[in-house]
Ligand binder design. Structure first.
Ligand code: SAM
Length: 381
């Protein structure tokens, strides 16, 4: 049984529905699913990420690794420190959520003497940007002058670009492979209800990609053109350094496996994963898993080198997660047990350890990353 939304939340969802319905009307009765997802998540003051919903943590809809334990972001600090030292570069974080990752990462970089002179954040949601500013002002006031919020990607950037659970939050195209041709799934209105309607694919890039995948009739899945576009843009702005993305997903053969014939698109509402992306628009997160083969192809086409791909468990353990946990004394049960529990969630194959992956794309000579020293699975992409 799903928790009932409050009257205010329901009224908000009604406003989001009205906005989505107007988009469909204005477009002549049909919009691609990516347009629906983009508006449901990011329409200013309305979308899930743009309108003040709680989102992260126990009181929200889902928990991300930086919210589980500071050890995640502290481990990332150790993973990227050699690249910061080598490039004398900065950090650029995409989609910084509550700002927790930035605060904990900066704290650890300071502790190990590798503070970058600038920590930049690129965030599409004005609401979250404000939350990030509050978190950093509260948790790292003495580092505040190093943190900058960017409106656009920088040019000629050196250092580390990172994003945790950003690629899965990008709007995806939906495709239904049929006996005759792949069709694009979009959204129309029937009375007041959103319904699926399919059309021939007009976008040449989507058409080519759907054709290459050539899936069995009846197969429905996502193609994330925005992720490929974002990686290409990041490659362009990076002069030298590392792009590190952590997210849930797989390589192409697993992503488009015959058993996954209904795709990976899900709505997340108060810690429940739902198949219906039309459920309470504006109150649910919408996500799709990441196709890391497509991410790699986009990066390589834009001049990046695939420097590592591993499960989150391998990446964090190689980067020193256990050593950081050992700094907390097991004798202090109140401090140790919650941290040990969180570490277990990060690395257990039954939880986040195996489904989540870390991928590293580099430009220019960058030292091999310890995070991929064991368990590198580049060959599987
Ligand atoms: C699932 S949340 C993850 C937040 C945070 N990284 C964490 O791990 O808790 C996705 C984040 O990506 C942001 N986002 C989505 N698209 C983006 C884009 N194109 N550029 C930058 N940020 C984006 C969202 O606003 C949100 O902050």
């Amino acid at each position: 049984m799903l928790p009932a939304p409050s009257a205010d939340a329901l009224a908000h969802s009604q406003r989001v529905i009205a906005h989505l319905a107007a988009l469909i009307d204005d477009a002549g009765g049909w919009i691609p699913f990516s347009r629906f997802m983009e508006a449901a998540l990011y329409a200013p003051s309305l979308g899930y990420y743009a309108a003040g919903a709680m989102k992260f943590g126990a009181a929200g809809d889902f928990v991300t690794a930086p919210e589980l334990t500071p050890l995640f972001s502290r481990t990332l600090a150790h993973a990227i420190a050699p690249v910061l030292a080598e490039t004398d570069g900065d950090v650029l974080e995409l989609g910084a959520g509550s700002g927790k990752l930035a605060a904990d990462l900066l704290g650890e970089l300071e502790r190990i003497g590798t503070l970058p002179s600038r920590y930049c954040i690129l965030e599409v949601s004005a609401d979250l940007r404000q939350r990030q500013q509050e978190t950093l002002a509260r948790e790292r006031p003495h580092l505040a002058e190093r943190v900058q919020w960017l409106e656009t990607l920088p040019t000629h950037y050196s250092g580390v670009i990172l994003g945790n659970e950003v690629l899965d939050a990008l709007p995806v195209e939906l495709v239904h492979w049929t006996a005759t041709e792949p069709l694009e799934r979009g959204v129309a209105l029937e009375g007041e209800a959103f319904v699926w309607r399919e059309r021939s694919i007009t976008d040449p890039t989507l058409h080519a990609r759907a054709g290459t995948l050539n899936l069995a009739p009846g197969y429905i899945s996502e193609i994330n053109l925005a992720a490929a576009g974002l990686i290409a843009s990041l490659a362009q702005c990076l002069a030298r350094g590392l792009i590190l993305m952590i997210d849930y997903g797989f390589g192409e053969s697993e992503y488009y496996h015959p058993q996954r014939h209904m795709g990976t698109l899900r709505a997340h509402y108060r810690h429940h994963a739902l198949d219906d992306p039309f459920y309470l628009p504006g109150l649910c997160d919408l996500t799709a898993h990441v196709d890391f083969s497509a991410v790699t192809r986009a990066g390589e086409a834009a001049g990046l080198t695939l420097a590592g791909y591993a499960s989150q468990a391998s990446f964090l353990l190689n980067s020193g997660l256990t050593e950081l946990l050992m700094d907390v004394s097991p004798a202090d049960a109140a401090a140790y047990l919650p941290q040990a529990n969180a570490v277990q969630r990060l690395v257990s194959p039954a939880e986040m350890g195996e489904l989540f992956k870390a991928i590293a794309l580099t430009k220019g000579a960058v030292t091999p990353l310890a995070g991929f020293s064991r368990g590198d699975r580049r060959h599987s992409l």
